[in-house]
Design a binder for this molecule. Structure first.
Ligand code: SF4
Ligand code: SF4
Length: 356
C-alpha cells in the first residue's frame, strides 16, 4: 500500500506532467493488455468501450461514471459456463485493463467479491476474470445530476480497491499505485513520470474535498440527508404503503437491476452451444420480475410487485449493511436514468427516511 504523511510520499505515487504524458503512460500500460475505457457518446454520457490498446483521442479517463456498470467485465450479462469453462479454459483468460473506473463502481465490486469470490463455494470464473483485470480508477472530475454517493456513505474518489488511481491536479495527473500489480504495471512507464511531492498530494486532496462538497450539496437538494441510517429507516417502514405507491409505476422491465453496479442475481439455463453440444448459460436476472422467486409447484413468496420492490431495498439497505457493514448502493443514479416508470431511488429513500 502507498504510505504517506504530511511531508513524505513514497515512490509509488507519481506525477504525469500533462494530458499528453498521461496518454503515453496509458499507452505503455495497454501494450500488454486490451483496454476498456470511457468514450464520449455526445449526450453528456460516456460508454465503456474496449479496444486492443489505448487509443488517444478516442478513449478518455472520463469525468464521471460510464453508462454501463463495471460489473459487466467480471460478471457478464450472458456467459457460457458448463461447456466452456473447464479449468484449462479458465486459465486462458487474457489480462485486460479498465481505465477511468469511478468510486461508485469500485465500491460495488465489494458486493460481487462477497457473493462470488469470498463465499463458499467460490465462483472460479468470477475470480479468474477479477484477477485478470488491472483496474485504473480515477477521481470524479464532474458529476451527473443523478449522482448522490455521499448520501450512502461513499465519496467521489476511491479510498482503496484499485490497482492504479488517477487524479487530475491542474494540468497534471497524480498517478497512485494501490496494489503490487499496479506498482509492477507502472514500472514500465516509470521513466515518463516524476515522483509526487507532498504539495501535489495536498492539491489533490483539496480538489477531492471540493468535489465531495458539490455532490453532497446535490444529494441534500434532492432531500437526502448524508449520514442517515437507511437500515433503521427500512426496518421501520417495512409495513408502509410506500412500497405499493412506488410499485404502481413499475413495469417490471428489470432495467434498474441490470444497470446497477451492485446487483448480482442470475439464473442458469441449459441449451446448446453453436456446435450443437449441450451447454449451460448464466444470465442476469431481475428481482422485480414476477417469477423471480417462484419455485417448483408454482408457489411465489413475492407474488406482488410491492413485495418485490421492497425486497430490492431490503437487500441493498438492510441485508448488506448486516453482512458487510455498508449498503449495496454506491449512489451512481443509473437506476434513476434507466427507469421507464420514473421511479427515483432518492424519492424512495427520502420517504423511507420520513417514515422511519
Ligand atoms: S441502486 Fe441505483 S443508485 Fe444505487 S448503485 Fe444501484 S443503480 Fe446506482
Ligand atoms: S427500472 Fe423501474 S420500471 Fe423497470 S423494473 Fe426497475 S423499478 Fe420497475
Amino acid at each position: 500500500m502507498v504510505v504517506r504523511d504530511a511531508q513524505v510520499v513514497r515512490a509509488m505515487t507519481y506525477v504525469a506532467a500533462s494530458d499528453q504524458v498521461m496518454a503515453e503512460v496509458l499507452g505503455v500500460l495497454s501494450r500488454k493488455r486490451p483496454v476498456f475505457a470511457p468514450v464520449p457518446v455526445g449526450n453528456g454520457q460516456y460508454r465503456l468501450e474496449g479496444a486492443a490498446e489505448w487509443e488517444a483521442g478516442r478513449h478518455t479517463v472520463g469525468p464521471y461514471r460510464t453508462v454501463e456498470p463495471l460489473k459487466e467485465l467480471v460478471f457478464p450479462p450472458r456467459e457460457f459456463l458448463g461447456k466452456l469453462w473447464a479449468e484449462e479454459e479458465r486459465n486462458r483468460i487474457e489480462e485486460r485493463m479498465v481505465v477511468g473506473v469511478k468510486n461508485c463502481d469500485l465500491s460495488a465490486l465489494r458486493i460481487h467479491d462477497y457473493v462470488f469470490r469470498d463465499s463458499d463455494p467460490e465462483d472460479p470464473r468470477y475470480t479468474a476474470l477479477r484477477r485478470s483485470t488491472l483496474i485504473v480508477s480515477a477521481d470524479c472530475m464532474d458529476c451527473l445530476p443523478v449522482c448522490f454517493c455521499p448520501a450512502v456513505g461513499e465519496q467521489p474518489y476511491p479510498k482503496g480497491g484499485f490497482d492504479i488511481n488517477l487524479s487530475r491536479v491542474g494540468e497534471a495527473w497524480l498517478v497512485e499505485a494501490g496494489s503490487e500489480k499496479g506498482d509492477l504495471a507502472l514500472a514500465a512507464a516509470r521513466d515518463l513520470m516524476e515522483e509526487a511531492t507532498a504539495e501535489m498530494v495536498r492539491r489533490r486532496d483539496d480538489a477531492r474535498q471540493a468535489m465531495h462538497a458539490r455532490v453532497e450539496r446535490q444529494a441534500r437538494e434532492s432531500g437526502l440527508v448524508p449520514g442517515s441510517d437507511f437500515q433503521v429507516a427500512f426496518r421501520k417502514s417495512f409495513e408502509s404503503d410506500l412500497w405499493a405507491d412506488f410499485a404502481g409505476d413499475c413495469v417490471e422491465c428489470g432495467a434498474c437491476n441490470f444497470v446497477c453496479g451492485t446487483c448480482h442475481c442470475f439464473m442458469l439455463g441449459d441449451g446448446y452451444a453453436e456446435d450443437n453440444l449441450p451447454a449451460r448459460v448464466r444470465e442476469w436476472d431481475s428481482c422485480l420480475f414476477r417469477n423471480f422467486a417462484r419455485v417448483a409447484g408454482g408457489a411465489n413468496p413475492r407474488e406482488h410487485r410491492a413485495a418485490r420492490l421492497r425486497n430490492r431495498f431490503d437487500k441493498k439497505f438492510n441485508f448488506f449493511v448486516e453482512v458487510l457493514g455498508a449498503p449495496a448502493c454506491g449512489g451512481c443514479g443509473r437506476c434513476i436514468e434507466a427507469c421507464m416508470g420514473k421511479i427515483d431511488i432518492r424519492e424512495v429513500l427520502r420517504r423511507m427516511q420520513d417514515e422511519g
